[in-house]
Design a protein around this ligand. Structure first.
Ligand SMILES: Nc1ncnc2c1ncn2[C@@H]1O[C@H](COP(=O)(O)OP(=O)(O)O)[C@@H](O)[C@H]1O
Ligand SMILES: CC(=O)N[C@@H](CCC(=O)OP(=O)(O)O)C(=O)O
Length: 260
């Protein structure tokens, strides 16, 4: 039976994906992995809001989302970025279908913190039937991080958290955060090959891990399980598979370090 890999492609890298990134993606497909992609688009949303003179602000790493902000976020995520990425994959000869997390009941959510964040969702359930149908027929689902409430309101969802919820729900064996750095960097700006949750915690406390890397490592740690034992931070600007091994930072459970 083929295994599933979820790639979360960050807004920081979605316009800079390299040829070697797509070669690595092809290696996964040739090795019979089912692939799905969840993308972000934070920088594009910020730029569009600026162009329209709509104020944008973050609270605990998530965008405060008013009705006006949501309208632009949906336009940028489900329109601009989703179509850009789907088209790019098709140009590389891959079969891809773009959809929003709010389609086909894929992501159901409740308000995360209505008072401070407004229209931002916390995923409460994932209906994987649409994406399974696509993957079973050889398509890569490309998913924008939007969700729907039980009363059919659309909510904005942090893409790292949306990807983690989907990876968990589909029982993905591998989960890759594709971003604009080659992995988690230490205090000397060197890529850390392997890191455990306690080391991550200490790097956050020492402010070595900051900003957009925080939701990534938190989602990574939450996804690690007996099924999903391979969670990595990799770069979209270079190959993430070289000589049959993955390049980047692998997030591992404490006991794996002791036994390796
Ligand atoms: N220790 C760290 N190692 C690598 N990147 C880090 C670290 N701490 C903070 N970052 C920042 O996290 C960024 C990636 O997060 P983000 O910009 O949110 O990406 P994405 O759009 O891919 O989700 C990097 O460009 C870097 O500036
Ligand atoms: C609630 C919330 O913060 N949503 C994010 C969704 C996009 C995202 O997460 O994009 P990146 O992966 O590029 O950061 C936002 O509005 O920016």
């Amino acid at each position: 039976m083929s295994k599933t890999v979820v790639l979360k492609c960050g807004g920081s890298t979605v316009h800079q994906l390299s040829e070697s990134f797509f070669q690595s993606l092809n290696v996964l497909i040739e090795n019979n992995w089912k692939v799905m992609i969840v993308h972000g688009g934070g920088p594009d949303i910020t730029n569009m809001l600026k162009a329209l003179n709509i104020e944008t602000e973050f609270f605990n790493g998530q965008r405060k989302t008013t009705k006006a902000v949501l309208e632009i976020a949906e336009m940028v995520l489900a329109g601009k970025i989703n179509k850009h990425l789907t088209n790019l994959l098709q140009q590389k000869g891959l079969k891809a279908i773009g959809l929003s997390g709010s389609d086909g009941q894929l992501l159901q959510a409740s308000y995360l913190d209505k008072e401070n964040l407004g229209l931002v969702g916390k995923v409460t359930s994932v209906d994987t039937s649409s994406v399974s149908l696509l993957m079973d027929n050889g398509y890569i689902p490309v998913i924008a991080p939007l969700a729907r409430t039980v009363t059919y309101e659309t909510l904005n969802v942090n893409a790292d958290l949306a990807a983690a919820a989907i990876a968990h729900a589909v029982g993905a064996e591998k989960f890759l955060f594709v971003t604009d750095v080659p992995g988690i960097l230490d205090g000397e700006k060197q890529v850390i090959e392997k890191i455990t949750p306690s080391e991550i915690q200490s790097h956050i406390e020492k402010e070595v891990i900051t900003g957009g890397m925080i939701p990534k490592v938190q989602s990574a740690m939450a996804t690690l399980s007996d099924i999903c034992q391979e969670v990595m931070i990799v770069s979209g600007q270079q190959a993430f598979i070289e000589n049959d091994s993955f390049k980047g930072t692998k997030i591992v459970r404490e006991q794996e370090v002791l036994s390796s």
